[in-house]
Design a protein. Structure first.
Length: 337
């Protein structure tokens, strides 16, 4: 059996990766439809070597579609997911529009695949924020063993998380600075080349950014546990791959050896933790990868049961496209059939 799939935001940084994931993983696609803004209508992309025209996203775009993968920004998801669901498609939405809706499951297949069953309520499944996904993939096996009480996380996030315009901004600013010309900034509030911005998304009234609050709230929903999380999210001049320094406190002691053993066998995780040989996860190693790399595991001796970890993943792949396609795989195998 095959399924008719629409990719909404097909021309974007995440949409492009969604198309590649569907191809690479041999998702059983019947017809494929690529949707984007009117600006891209008429552009021709490829799927499995065959040309596919990009069409303008409209409310009636979803007739005959079984699964709609959305990554065209929150405003488009808010407006168009209900139309797609009404037409009978199950939406897998990469934006933040529906994540905290109690009638929409928020899913990371390695952590809470059972939640997918909740798609029936609204016809929408939400894909979490990229920074949250890689953190919970790494923490789930540790939580199952030792029960995490508190998380302190600082992120080092790549510009591709913002989209294609931000990738261009870093590239152009770097070139300008190396050629001693003054760079312009349009996407970010300050220069990103040779700089770090302790602001991702806009600020909330409590002084945290929306990105930081996503990590706090999404983690609880996905882990189905009352874990206290505090986050500082930072944009760094890296193209692909988010990195995270994660400190956890657990109910039960987890030694470094036990943490390594738990992570060695964990789904979706690759343990890269050999500091004596200078081996640890780095964003330059994860572009195009689907696994979440974990290393630098150390005991935090300042609290009773504490651990420090360094977690790196490709934000466009496991942080977005791969996670969405994994959800689609479970959906068709277990639920739609
Ligand atoms: P387009 O390329 O036509 O602007 P990125 O995250 O890389 O910025 O990509 C955003 C994606 O969302 C692109 O595919 C973009 O299409 C799409 N998009 C942006 N605005 C709209 C819109 N108003 N309607 C449909 N798609 C949109
Ligand atoms: C970033 N995490 O790196 C963001 C991108 O809520 O899906 C994804 C924002 C979101 O900028």
């Amino acid at each position: 059996k095959t399924w008719n799939v629409a990719v909404v935001g097909a021309t974007g940084a995440v949409g492009t990766q969604m198309i590649e994931c569907l191809e690479e993983r041999n998702f059983p696609v019947g017809n494929i439809k690529f949707l984007a803004s009117a600006r891209s209508a008429g552009q021709v992309l490829e799927f499995n070597g065959k040309p596919v025209p990009v069409e303008e996203l409209k409310h009636d775009s979803f007739e005959g579609i079984d699964i709609a993968l959305f990554s065209a920004g929150g405003a488009r998801s808010e407006e168009f997911c209900p139309s797609a669901a009404k037409a009978g498609a199950v939406c897998i939405d990469n934006s933040s529009a529906w994540r905290m809706d109690p009638d929409v499951p928020l899913v990371v297949p390695e952590v809470n695949p059972h939640a997918i069953a909740g798609y029936r309520k609204k016809g929408i499944i939400a894909n979490p924020n990229c920074s949250t996904i890689q953190m919970v993939v790494a923490l789930k096996p540790l939580h199952d063993f030792g029960t995490i009480k508190r998380i302190v996380v600082s992120t080092y996030q790549a510009v591709s998380g913002t989209g294609n315009k931000a990738i261009d901004e870093l590239r152009i600013q770097t070139g300008e600075l190396l050629n001693c010309r003054p760079p312009k900034n349009e996407v970010y509030p300050h220069r990103i080349a040779f700089n770090c911005l302790p602001q991702i998304d806009s600020f909330c009234d409590n002084g945290y950014t929306k990105e930081e609050m996503k990590m706090v709230n999404e983690t609880r929903k996905i882990m189905e546990a009352d874990i206290a999380t505090t986050a500082t999210c930072v944009r760094v001049p890296v193209f692909y791959g988010h990195s995270e320094s994660v400190n956890i406190e657990t109910e039960k002691k987890i030694t470094v050896a036990k943490a390594r053993e738990l992570l060695e066998d964990a789904p979706g995780v690759e343990l890269v933790d050999n500091p004596a040989n200078g081996e640890y996860p780095m964003p330059m190693d994860v572009a195009g990868e689907d696994l979440t790399l974990v290393g630098r595991i150390r005991e935090d001796a300042t609290v009773k049961n504490g651990l420090n970890l360094w977690v790196v993943a490709d934000n466009l792949r496991k942080g977005a496209a791969t996670n969405a396609v994994q959800i689609a795989e479970i959906l068709v195998e277990k639920y739609l059939k």
